[in-house]
Design a protein around this ligand. Structure first.
Ligand code: PLP
Length: 391
């Protein structure tokens, strides 16, 4: 009999991948499935980025690179952060990793152990809670509510800090809610952290360029008072439609960067070289592709939010960022999971139950609008039919 660690039993998962597998299975059996489940842009990676990856392979970039990423890439990241957020970042503090997730993993391995407490958004990206539990630390939810448009309350977060709190995770714009925390609330949060110098912050800013209605992104990097304990996560997956290239990075504080690089060496050695060259092309290339993609997401956002609000039993706040709508479905009388499963099996529309993002997601379902306007309109009709069938 094999004996795996108890920690393995505490590891959760990301249900969006299970929904994707089920949706693919249905599609293979001939159903016309509309996938509003998975959180990845439906656009191809812009051609100049693809060409840079191909060129890198042709130019012979086939070997290992430094574990933290090639210097021109880290310099491009620093220049991009200066351009977008007006902040000064040293390229030596940037660690490039395969996607957004490894930074979370590393932060949790650095701070999580029995006796430690880590705060995380709930509903939130499921890997946070999963990884906290894996380390044996206590997962302390930051409750996000519809009434506050799913932004976090600085007072609530600060009030939950104890001597055992090691790390606070925040995510704005957020998955799965599309919520964006206003600057005034972030100002208050950072000011309050002054009284708790033992607490590190992981700010997941992977949707930093997916904001609507003229909002500017507020990066935690813009607050000098916490730079010595801030881990800022961002990456290429969402912004440049590069989920399969596995490219992400974090800016680490001086005290942690060597730990992060050591974890990278132990874990994956380095990100594949061709992706790193593609990543430089993404950061240094024309912005038009990103702006166009965001404009299309914005149009779809309005279509899906309006359409969902027209369905009896469903109400949906306007999402302020990312590419998710997170409607309240309690009045349909179904649980989130029953809604997700029923909608997929009966109407072939894939979504993800709010409970896949934490227990506070009950009563909500995540709709990713990374799909064509035509498919979104078709899906809305099917959702209407599904809900009226259950009325
Ligand atoms: N952070 C958030 C909030 C996300 O929603 C995701 C992906 O859905 C990630 C990080 C991970 O991104 P990646 O695919 O680059 O690992």
């Amino acid at each position: 009999m094999l004996k795996v660690t108890d920690a393995m039993g505490r590891l959760g998962t990301e249900s969006a991948f299970m929904v994707l597998a089920r949706a693919n299975q249905l599609a293979q059996s001939g159903r016309d499935v509309i996938n509003l489940g998975i959180g990845q842009p439906d656009f191809p990676t812009p051609p100049h980025i693809v060409e840079a990856g191909i060129k890198a392979l042709r130019d012979g970039h086939h070997g290992y690179t430094p574990a933290n990423g090639i210097l021109p890439l880290r310099e491009a990241v620093a220049a991009d952060l200066c351009k977008r957020h007006g902040v000064d970042v040293h390229p030596d503090h940037v660690v490039v990793v395969p996607g957004g997730k490894p930074t979370m993993f590393f932060a949790m391995l650095m701070f999580g152990e029995p006796g430690a407490e880590i705060m995380y958004p709930n509903p939130g990206f499921p890997i946070y809670e999963s990884m906290i539990n894996f380390t044996g630390a206590k997962a302390v939810p930051i409750a996000l509510s519809e009434e506050k448009d799913f932004s976090f309350s600085a007072d609530d977060v600060l009030a939950q800090i104890t001597n055992n709190t090691r790390l606070i995770i925040i995510n704005s714009p957020a998955n799965p809610t599309g919520g964006v925390t206003p600057k005034a609330e972030i100002d208050k949060f950072v000011a309050g952290l002054g009284a708790h110098p033992h607490v590190a912050i992981l700010s997941d800013e992977i949707y930093s360029q997916m904001l609507y209605d003229g909002q500017d992104h507020v990066s935690l990097l813009q607050y000098p008072s916490i730079r010595d304990r801030l881990i800022m996560l961002d990456g290429w997956s969402k912004t440049y439609a590069m989920t399969g290239w596995r490219m992400g990075y974090a800016v680490w504080p001086q005290a942690l960067v060597d730990h992060a690089i050591r974890l990278a060496v132990n874990d994956h050695s380095c990100v594949n070289a061709a992706s790193q060259y593609a990543g430089i092309a993404a950061l240094n290339g024309p912005e038009a592709a990103v702006l166009d993609m965001v404009a299309q997401f914005d149009r779809r956002r309005q279509i899906i939010v309006d359409g969902l609000n027209k369905i009896d039993g469903i109400s949906c706040r306007n999402s302020a960022g990312a590419f998710y709508a997170f409607p309240n479905i309690t009045k349909t009388g179904m649980t989130a999971r029953a809604f997700q499963d029923g909608l997929l099996d009966q109407e072939a529309v894939a979504t993800v139950a709010g409970t896949s993002f934490g227990h506070l997601g009950e009563g909500y379902v995540r709709f990713s609008y990374a799909n064509s306007e035509e498919n979104i309109l078709k899906a809305l009709e099917r959702v209407g039919a599904f809900v009226s069938c259950h009325a």
